[in-house]
Ligand binder design. Structure first.
Ligand code: SF4
Ligand code: FES
Length: 248
């Protein structure tokens, strides 16, 4: 419900999940009324709470412009970047803010992403060149078409909204998951790279675990299309199994 302060500013109620280790046995919801300004994102509302109402609230953010990927949370049940989601999208409110689903909660809205970082490392997210050791100093020219082959996947900001939206990952935390596979494709489809990452991707908990629900692609704020990356690699893996010398 929106309300109006004595100063005449409309407000909207934000219902924020709080979990303070050592104090709470389980998450509780705390309500705050924040100004309903047309140019305020959900993140501005959280910053208002932190600055003016309750300095103990914990959450992550950095760039405030959809680049760093750190402000992902569950907003009225949907995984969203809070810096790119406006308060006015929710009419009179209330707006429920919770941590990203599928990740252990460290405190309030902060989740543990160590599992994702380990998965990311496992796909070797860098250019692999046989017979060359980093740092690579040779210049390798690419055509616009070669750039286009992987460019979409390079837009990933590791915000993890796709994991939170993925029904497979939420049930099976070992699933390699959408962003790690999309990042593997970002390098695997790069003409300068010499590694097809078959050992990591051709697994039950990797591309073959995906049931192609497509929620990851719908949730992605950067239009990466991880669902397509996964289906493309299934074809690559199937071909590689039949024709061991084929790479892509
Ligand atoms: S694929 Fe999209 S939703 Fe997933 S981490 Fe990357 S940017 Fe975020
Ligand atoms: S604060 Fe960086 S993406 Fe939202």
């Amino acid at each position: 419900m929106s309300d109006t302060t004595e100063a005449g500013t409309r407000t909207i109620r934000m219902e924020v999940a709080r979990y303070r280790p050592g104090e709470d046995d389980e998450p509780v919801v705390q309500g705050y009324d924040v100004p309903l300004k047309p140019d305020w994102a959900v993140l501005d509302g959280l910053n208002h709470i932190k600055d003016q109402l309750d300095g103990s609230l914990s959450y992550r953010w950095s760039c405030r412009m959809g680049v760093c990927g750190s402000c992902g949370m569950t907003v009225n049940g949907e995984p969203r970047l809070t810096c790119g989601t406006f308060l006015t999208e929710y009419g009179d409110g209330p707006i429920r803010i919770e941590p990203l689903k599928g990740f252990p909660v460290i405190r309030d809205l902060v989740v543990d992403i160590d599992g994702f970082l380990a998965k990311l490392s496992s796909v070797r997210p860098w250019l692999v060149r046989e017979g060359e050791e980093p740092p690579l100093t040779t210049e390798y020219a690419q055509t616009p078409e070669q750039l286009e082959a992987y460019k979409q996947y390079s837009m990933c900001i590791n915000c993890l909204l796709c994991y939170s939206a993925c029904p497979v990952y939420v049930l099976d935390p070992d699933f390699l998951g959408p962003a790690a596979i999309a990042l593997a494709q970002r390098y695997g489809l790069d003409s300068r790279d010499m590694d097809d990452r078959f050992d990591v991707l051709n697994q039950e908990d990797a591309v073959w675990g995906c049931t192609f629900v497509g929620e990851c692609t719908r949730a992605c704020p950067k239009h990466v299309d991880p669902a397509e990356a996964i289906q493309r690699y299934k074809l690559t893996a199937a071909l590689r199994s039949v024709l061991p010398w084929s790479r892509r």
